[in-house]
Design a protein around this ligand. Structure first.
Ligand SMILES: Cc1ncc(C[n+]2csc(CCOP(=O)(O)OP(=O)(O)O)c2C)c(N)n1
Ligand SMILES: [Mg+2]
Length: 1023
């Protein structure tokens, strides 16, 4: 086994080597007749060969495939191979010294019994030697060479395929010919071209034939691997999958299109082409990021949708960048053209809420009949920001959610299509993160079709300076996705590749990449001059006919369509555009909600007035869920420490008390009971980073045996998903955001390991979460749990950067909203997101429930504690959670100070765990009568009503904000302005906290404690 592996590795290494350019096999080609023979015997792949084969001088590493096949045959039946191989394997197995296992074979006449002469004749000897001569070492060597040639084309043929429509670039950034594809390296010459060779089982080029002349072998390999399609798949470590691909590309004559097929391609190409022309004509000074140079994208996508719809897919979720987006919206998703065209009108006012977005970022959702399959399909194009590739994980999350709610466990009914630019696909790390979700149990979407619009340029940057990998698609190799490179000027090759990719996705449920090698006819946008930076390329493009011109010319010649029909088609589509253009003029305003990618039909009941909800539940339910959550399951051998955790939970429940973990679990459990799906995702969330959660109880003796209490509460409860994610923030947060977009009746939570790690997902937070509703009218209840707190753990792990979230909150610091009975709910409704820093388990229970019970959805950011998870004072009683109770936006001082408020000299406002430090210090100094400490639990939107009330209660008190974060961080900047506004600018709020700093926290324990001491002293200072 080891030896064969060594050989294979050596062979692959060889395949990766590039040597000097010289004549290669293609130059030897000329037509040759095929020779028939019996197909090679099938055998089971089985390894166990331990002889020192690699040491044999006549075996090069690249012969391994052939030798392996021989060896497998020999293992099954020693007579099935030539006697020389039989002797060789016997000698090798008996431990012959390197170089001595090989014995020259006997004459061919003695090799085969008469009945197998047909096979024998396929092993034609070299020129000048008669058939009767001994089948010598040369014959074997030549056969091995042929096997290697076949394998080399399979591995490297794509490197020399004709992919660039302009004929100037190499999509793999290398113009050299791989040495494996050079004849001189095989000791074969023109004389050998008509010799017949047996084909190995690893090729389908023979069709019905098992042997072919070398000339024909090479011709077929060239046809398959070196024309308009470059198939890159030999890195896939699954023989069946490789065979599946080989069969679909190598089988002679497999790429066939009927006249109807070709007509359809042409019609679709006409639409794609003329759409851009129409826009260019009507709005010549507008940016549209046109598709010119890759018009084939539209028929390509339509072909993918046709095939997958035929295989049962009902819903397609598409993520795509700017390039060609308008065309795809119009011609693939069938956005009404008048709506699209109206977006070009600068005089239209917005008719509904939201600040909107530019037209090439907007999304949409549409249901329609697929005319080819006659089935109904949904197509959603997900809205996205400029940030390239950021939408990838969002699309995947949305797809996963759709699959989940439909019970589509294998992704047969919902799928994603992701489009990419060549520069972005190679350059953006989130692409890699998204690929790594593709095969994970709770994140897989069971195969995505990726389509790269590879126009061989990124804005002004040449690919040679945009990536270090040969192809822009190499990132996909990490997940063993086959990659089909194809020349976009060959529409039929493109359609074929799309069909195979679609079949692949529907057969294997795995990702696949289509690399449309094309060009960009104009500058990056239509206003951009490409000749500044790519003069040679653009001189070539200027003289390069569009794909439609070439394809139409060919097809008219071929009789697929007459010239008149072609012109009618053009005129017909132009008229459609012109009519829509006229209709667009009658549109008076822009409706942002027309561009929603995830409409929640039935969720919004506008007849019911908005109401702030109670979120408490019956004590019996609290007790029931609490007990089930803390019971040791039968038949599970649990860790002793875990049993102790469960026992202490059990005792708390008995005493009508909860800690943090129980508060969270009771919120989840009660929502699950009410039919709300809860999904908690993030790094190590199942146990919890701080070992406080334990939502999966692992058996100590049996692998993969675990118990999930929250999935075993009630028979008709909703499903609870808790999943440890890959070590990604950008990808996983994007994914969960996408998941949250599908069904408003679900609580979707992403937890950061430590709050500060969210900043590697900043783009999802800035571009999607904080502004998604304003830009795209899209609501999301995505909930982020960000562990936060200064506990002396250093600059990282301490701060979840509260200040950043608050800075992006949309409530005005200078305006007190009208304080009527609807103030609270209206304030929540108007907010772009909700930000909280809770100090009690009851409050975390309520805020999680409020997320679902609110009649609308807003992202929720919760700064969650670390030390408070086990703090003896951070406990709540069932009394704070029963019916009639609700989330406390502010927890007012309720101690001694509150009983005699006039005497209070200072009102300290704070948020989060510092509260516990403050009251301890106050107690230590005996200032309970003098200082009131009030907690802001919901920081944003700012609870003006309650803070005004609290400040009025202590008319003689100074007001101070105390925080453990540095002065330029935490909530200070946000609350200062609002506290002043709440006080009608009549009372001043001072600051107690750490001084401004560049780093979020000190790395020095002593400094940490000194700083804490100072801030507590300052907060309790009454001078
Ligand atoms: C994350 C990010 N960085 C930079 C940009 C600016 N930008 C917009 S398009 C573009 C080039 C994209 O090239 P490519 O991915 O090949 O797509 P193409 O425009 O060629 O279709 C760049 C750098 C961006 N939009 N997003
Ligand atoms: Mg590009």
């Amino acid at each position: 086994m080891y030896r064969f592996k060594t050989l294979l590795t050596f062979g692959q290494l060889q395949a990766g080597h590039r040597g000097p350019t010289s004549r290669y096999l293609r130059t030897l080609r000329s037509p040759g007749a095929a020779v028939t023979g019996s197909p090679p015997n099938g055998h089971q792949a089985r390894r166990g060969y331990a002889a020192p084969v690699a040491a044999e001088p006549f075996l090069s590493g690249s012969s391994s495939n052939y030798v392996e096949e021989m060896y497998q045959s020999w293992l099954e039946d020693p007579k099935s191979v030539h006697k020389s191989w039989d002797i060789f394997f016997r000698n090798a197995q008996n431990g012959a010294a390197p170089g001595t296992a090989y014995t020259p074979p006997p004459p061919v006449s003695t090799m085969y019994p008469p009945s197998t002469q047909a096979v024998a004749t396929t092993m034609t000897p070299p020129a000048g030697r008669s058939l009767g001569a001994p089948l010598d070492r040369r014959v074997i060597e030549d056969h091995l060479s042929v096997q290697t040639i076949i394998r080399s084309y399979q591995i490297r043929g794509h490197n020399i395929s004709k992919l660039d429509p302009l004929g100037i670039n190499n999509p793999d950034l290398n113009s050299e010919i791989p040495p494996e594809l050079e004849a001189k390296n095989y000791k074969l010459d023109e004389h050998d071209m008509d010799r017949v060779f047996t084909l190995p089982q690893t090729t389908f080029i023979g069709g019905e034939q098992s042997a072919l002349p070398l000339r024909e072998i090479i011709r077929r390999l060239e046809d398959t691997y070196c024309r308009s399609i470059g198939v890159e798949y030999m890195f896939i470590n699954d023989r069946d999958q490789c065979d599946w691909i080989r069969q679909r590309f190598e089988t002679p004559g497999i790429m066939q299109f009927t006249k109807m097929d070709k007509r359809l391609i042409l019609e679709r190409l006409i639409r794609s082409h003329r759409f851009e022309e129409f826009l260019a004509r009507k709005w010549s000074a507008e940016k549209r990021f046109g598709l010119e140079g890759c018009e084939v994208l539209v028929p390509a996508l339509k072909s993918i949708i046709d095939v997958c719809s035929g295989k049962g897919v009902e819903s397609f979720v598409i993520g795509m960048p700017h390039r060609g987006r308008l065309n795809v919206l119009a011609n693939v998703a069938r956005k009404p053209l008048e709506h699209l065209f109206s977006q070009f009108d600068s005089k239209l006012e917005a008719a509904d809420e939201g600040s909107g977005d530019v037209k090439y970022h907007l999304g949409m959702a549409h249901s329609r009949l697929n005319h080819i399959t006659k089935k109904n399909i949904n197509i959603a194009i997900v809205a996205n920001p400029s940030h390239l590739e950021a939408v990838d994980p969002v699309v995947q999350g949305k797809v996963r959610a759709e699959q989940f709610y439909r019970g589509d466990t294998e992704g047969k009914r919902v799928m994603s299509i992701l489009m990419h630019g060549d520069a972005a696909f190679a350059g953006q790390g989130v692409v890699f993160e998204t690929f790594h979700l593709s095969d994970l149990r709770d994140y897989s979407t069971h195969g995505t079709i990726h389509v790269v619009v590879n126009n061989q340029i990124g804005f002004t940057t040449d690919p040679r300076y945009a990536r270090s990998s040969p192809y822009c698609t190499d990132v996909a190799r990490v997940v063993n996705a086959p990659i089909f490179h194809v020349n976009a000027d060959d529409p039929e090759a493109v359609m074929y590749v799309c069909q195979v990719a679609s079949q692949w996705r529907c057969t294997f449920g795995k990702d696949v990449v289509i690399d449309l090698v094309c060009y960009r006819r104009n500058g990056h946008n239509e206003m951009d001059e490409p000749m500044f930076t790519q003069p040679l390329m653009y001189k070539k493009i200027r003289n390069h006919a569009p794909a439609l011109t070439k394809y139409a010319g060919d097809k008219i010649k071929e009789g697929v369509m007459t010239q008149e029909e072609f012109e009618e088609e053009l005129a017909g589509y132009d008229k459609i555009c012109e009519d829509a253009y006229q209709n667009a003029k009658t549109i008076q305003n822009v409706k942002n909600s027309d561009w929603l990618d995830s409409p929640w039909t039935g969720f919004f009941n506008h007849d019911v007035p908005l109401r702030y909800p109670s979120t408490g539940i019956g004590e019996d339910i609290l007790k029931d869920i609490g007990t089930k959550f803390s019971s040791v399951p039968e038949d599970y051998s649990l860790h002793g420490g875990l049993k102790r955790v469960l026992r202490s939970r059990f005792d708390m429940v008995k005493n009508r008390q909860i800690d943090w973990a129980l508060g969270e679990a009771l919120a989840f459990g009660s929502l699950l009971k009410e039919g709300i799906h809860v999904r908690l995702s993030g790094q190590d969330v199942e146990r919890g980073t701080f070992s406080h959660r334990h939502h999966m109880l692992h058996d100590q003796n049996v692998d993969k045996k675990f118990f999930m209490p929250l999935n075993n509460l009630y028979p008709d409860q909703a499903h609870y998903t808790v999943c440890n994610s890959s070590l990604s923030e950008f990808g996983v947060l994007g994914f969960e955001l996408g998941f949250s977009m599908t069904n408003p009746q679900s609580l979707v939570i992403w937890e950061a390991q430590f709050g500060d790690f969210h900043n590697t997902a900043q783009c999802i937070i800035d571009q999607f979460i904080s502004s998604g509703q304003a830009k795209w009218c899209r609501q999301s209840g995505i909930t982020m749990l960000l562990p936060h707190g200064y506990e002396g753990m250093g600059p990282e792990h301490s701060s979840a950067r509260i200040e950043r979230f608050l800075q992006m909150s949309n409530d005005d610091p200078d305006i007190i909203p009208t304080l009527n009975e609807d103030f609270v709910i209206n304030q929540l409704y108007d907010a772009n997101w909700l930000i909280a820093n809770c100090t009690t388990p009851a409050n975390i229970f309520h805020i999680l429930r409020r997320q679902i019970i609110l009649p609308f959805r807003k992202p929720l950011i919760i700064f969650t504690p670390k030390s408070l998870l086990r703090h003896p004072d951070a406990r709540s009683s069932f009394d704070e959670m029963v019916e009639g109770t609700m989330f406390k936006r502010v927890i007012q001082e309720d101690g001694i100070a509150s009983q005699n408020p006039d005497k209070v000299q200072k009102l300290v406002l704070c948020s989060g765990k510092v509260y516990y430090d403050l009251i301890k210090e106050r107690e230590k100094l005996g200032l309970e009568e003098n200082i009131a400490v009030t907690r802001l639990e919901q920081i944003s939107p700012f609870p003006y009503d309650l803070i005004i009330e609290e400040m009025k209660k202590y008319p003689n008190a100074k007001i101070q904000w105390a925080q453990e974060e540095h002065k330029n961080m935490g909530a200070w900047n946000y609350v200062q302005a609002r506290i002043h506004t709440a006080a009608n600018w009549k009372r001043r709020c001072t600051y107690a906290g750490r001084p401004a700093s560049a780093a979020t926290a000190t790395g020095n324990k002593f400094t940490h404690l000194t700083e804490l001491d100072n801030l507590l002293r300052e907060a309790c200072n009454l001078d």
